[in-house]
Write a protein that binds this ligand. Structure first.
Ligand code: PLP
Length: 384
């Protein structure tokens, strides 16, 4: 069988695995910078807040910080990962930076967290009256952003069952906040992650425009529109084009919102998904019911956690050529749930061979565990 000619990129990836061992999670910072540039040039009116939960590695946050990104954090530890980059700024400058460039976008916050956040006077989201009362008592210096519930139809990960005020309650909540001497600066939504149905965004923008109008007519002008995350990544041919979405968003934002409204977005997946590759090694093999089965040193409790939590699939590829057979690929733990795929097209692999998965940067390493004593994959940063 002819030897497969590997591209420069794959040669580099493979030699990294040989040198540092597996499983190894390789993050390409050139790609992160390209993604940031593509996002901000395609949506020129939109300020991009990287959703840190997609991948909170400090080196990734650092690269985006240097690009000029803003950040969406959803816990106090995530806040501190961003804060690390600005801790040496003069106090006034740091406070302005936080106000302009961080949104705490978890609508439900522990009281201890609110206490810790208050000194930083951040922008925080909420979606119900109980949270409003908590903020009033424990984080009265925060600015508010009201998250509303919008259609999540056809998104890979659905969020509307857990978050968002009913749009019909929005103006009442805004006025309640004002009674409590808090200011609702903005309205936010999330159409669901990896959104392949752009109607979700269009409907959400319409709903927000209605709330902006009604709120203004009742004496409270909203200044910020936060269009959330959900921007699709090109995982395969079924993924919809981000460029097409950007054009639609630009046109609809232009039509519905006056120039003085600030527009924010919280892209997570879009910034990081295609910027990481995982290399693993075949540690065992078997034939079950006539099907080749490979056991590799990473699985769904680790970098492939997105198979479970993110409803995502990551094609497993070999570095070598050969006649392909439908094969199963399992992780290293003693749980049958630890199944990466029951149908991968793979050539005959030997113990010790390497395999890799691309587009695995988002919601992968971030939710890796230590189950069964296997630690998360090592991380290697390239082109930093
Ligand atoms: C997870 C999350 C995001 C990021 O979503 P993507 O689909 O990865 O872009 C943005 N905003 C909030 C509030 C989130 O919970």
């Amino acid at each position: 069988m002819a030897k497969k000619r590997l591209s420069k990129r794959l040669q580099r990836i493979k030699s990294i695995a040989e040198r540092y061992g597996t499983p190894i999670f390789i993050v390409d910072h050139d790609r992160i910078r390209e993604n940031y540039r593509e996002f901000t040039t395609s949506l020129p009116r939109v300020q991009a807040y990287y959703a840190v939960k997609a991948n909170p590695l400090p080196e990734i946050v650092r690269t985006l910080y240097k690009c000029g990104a803003s950040f969406d954090v959803a816990s106090f530890p995530e806040f501190m990962i961003v804060y690390e980059n600005i801790k040496n700024m003069p106090a006034k400058k740091r406070q302005d930076w936080i106000w302009d460039k961080i949104i705490y976008a978890n609508t439900i916050k522990q009281i201890e967290t609110l206490h810790k956040l208050d000194q930083f006077k951040p922008l925080v989201t909420f979606d119900n009256i109980d949270e409003l009362h908590k903020i009033k008592v424990h984080c009265p210096h925060a600015g508010l952003c009201l998250r509303i519930r919008v259609p999540n139809t056809g998104s890979m990960v659905e969020l509307s069952s857990k978050f968002g005020a009913h749009p019909g309650e929005a103006v009442d909540l805004i006025l309640e906040a004002r009674k409590a001497n808090l200011v609702v600066e903005g309205i936010s939504f999330h159409v669901g992650s990896q959104c392949n149905n752009f109607e979700n965004y269009m409907q959400a923008l319409q709903l927000c425009a209605g709330i902006f109008r009604e709120s203004e007519s009742r004496g409270h002008k909203i200044k910020i529109l936060d269009i959330g995350g959900g921007f699709p990544v090109k995982y395969d041919n079924k993924s919809k084009s981000f460029k097409v979405l950007a054009r639609k968003l630009n046109a609809e934002i232009e039509r519905l919102f006056s120039k003085d409204i600030e527009i924010l977005a919280e892209p997570g997946r879009f910034m990081i998904a295609n910027a990481a590759t995982l290399v693993a090694k075949v540690i065992g093999k078997a034939v079950r019911d006539g099907k080749p089965c490979y056991y590799i040193d990473d699985g769904v409790y680790h970098t492939f956690s997105g198979v479970i939590f993110d409803h995502c699939t990551y094609p497993i590829k070999a570095f070598k050529d050969g006649e392909k057979k439908v094969s199963a690929v399992f992780g290293p733990t003693c749980d049958a749930l630890d199944t990466i795929s029951v149908a991968e097209e793979l050539p005959d692999l030997e113990i010790g061979d390497y395999v890799y998965a691309d587009n695995i940067g988002a919601y992968s390493h971030a939710s890796s565990t230590y189950f069964n004593g296997f630690p998360p994959a090592k991380v290697l940063h390239i082109n930093r």
